[in-house]
Ligand binder design. Structure first.
Ligand code: A3P
Length: 331
């Protein structure tokens, strides 16, 4: 089996869009089952748009600059990803308990192995904590929730209740390169072993999780003027992080002091987030891997990956798909 065929074997398709097989199918097939509260806030995006960065910013705004929870609790626990489905089987939970107990006496090479590190990370995050729906129920209001869902399968209750949604988009070339690194992180389901050239074929043919970048971003873009949706771009966040924090605070109706805004920008800087164990999963599971989660954080890294021919092909698709949309990106 080729690496791309192996990747595709780990997915399922709904409405022409593919998703990782172990995600919660019901959330995607029946968006009405997700219980939403009126004061829920969502960060939505196509993967690799800077979602983790946006979540840090929005959560700090919601906490009026208090960094305590962000420093102590993994982001995936405090901001559940609703379509995720990490339900730990009973036996695995016991293995984790046992591991935690034995950790002080186990040889270092066992503790350092990637799978054991991953299990210990899960222990840290709260055991029965499924990362998806069940965990959502446990979180007190106002909740901050994450998803990568296309608009057409976004929880319908959230739309009806006009929950606030911050959507972040990033130019598709950098997104594709970042996606390649993400899929190659080295632990399931992110264990893609092919080259960039192989991955490009998946990306350009919409055979990656969450499907076509264009369909995803353009459908959300059509809703940019809805009163409960704020559409932002990664490139603008890079250019003006302080302005970004201010505009989100206004959208959420939260007033912040100027020094609080500065602190939020600083706490969420690339340098700080890269060192943070609560957001940078590479620090916990894949430190030695050349692929990183909080990796480069720049605009234009695609130039180091796209070949001349790939770029020519992609530019043509971009021109065709974006024509008349009024949406453009800098790269
Ligand atoms: P790169 O792989 O290009 O470096 P997501 O959170 O949606 O998975 O997006 C991940 C991308 O956002 C990665 O891009 C990551 O480095 C970047 N990123 C994360 N935190 C950032 C920050 N504070 N500033 C700039 N970019 C950041």
């Amino acid at each position: 089996m080729t690496e791309n065929a192996r990747f595709l074997a780990g997915t399922f398709e709904h409405d022409g869009v593919i998703y990782p097989k172990d995600f919660n199918r019901s959330v995607i097939e029946r968006p009405e089952i997700v219980n939403c509260r009126e004061d829920d806030v969502f960060v939505a995006s196509y993967p690799k748009a800077g979602t983790t960065w946006m979540i840090e910013i929005v959560s700090l705004i919601m906490n009026e600059g208090n960094t305590e929870i962000n420093s102590s609790t993994p982001q995936l626990v405090r901001t559940p990803m609703i379509e995720s489905n990490l339900e730990l089987p009973f036996r695995l939970r016991w293995t984790i308990h046992l591991l935690k107990f034995l950790e002080p006496i186990l040889p270092k090479f066992i503790i350092q192995s990637r799978s054991i590190k991953m299990l210990l990370l899960l222990e840290k995050t709260g055991l029965e904590a499924a990362i998806g729906l069940k965990q959502m129920e446990k979180i007190p209001s106002p909740r901050l929730l994450k998803c990568h869902l296309p608009y057409q399968v976004f929880p319908s209750q959230a739309i009806e209740k006009k929950c606030k949604i911050v959507y972040v988009a990033r130019n598709p070339k950098d997104t594709g390169v970042s996606y390649f690194h993400h899929c190659s992180l080295g632990f399931p389901p992110m264990d893609y072993k092919g080259s960039w050239n192989d991955f490009y074929q998946l990306y350009v043919n919409d055979k990656v999780w969450y499907g076509s970048w264009f369909d995803h971003v353009l459908t959300w873009w059509q809703h940019r003027d809805d009163e409960n949706i704020l559409f932002l771009k990664y490139e603008d966040m890079k250019k003006d992080p302080k302005g970004t924090v201010k505009s989100i605070a206004v959208f959420l109706d939260i007033s912040l002091r100027d020094d609080t805004i500065d602190n939020i920008v600083e706490f969420c800087s690339f340098k700080k987030m890269r060192k943070s164990e609560t957001v940078n999963i590479s620090l916990v599971v894949g430190e030695k891997n050349k692929h990183q989660f909080i990796r480069k954080g720049v605009v234009g890294d695609w130039m180091n990956f796209f070949t001349v021919a790939q770029n020519k092909e992609y530019e043509k698709i971009y021109e065709e798909r974006m024509k008349g949309s009024g949406l453009d990106f800098e790269w």
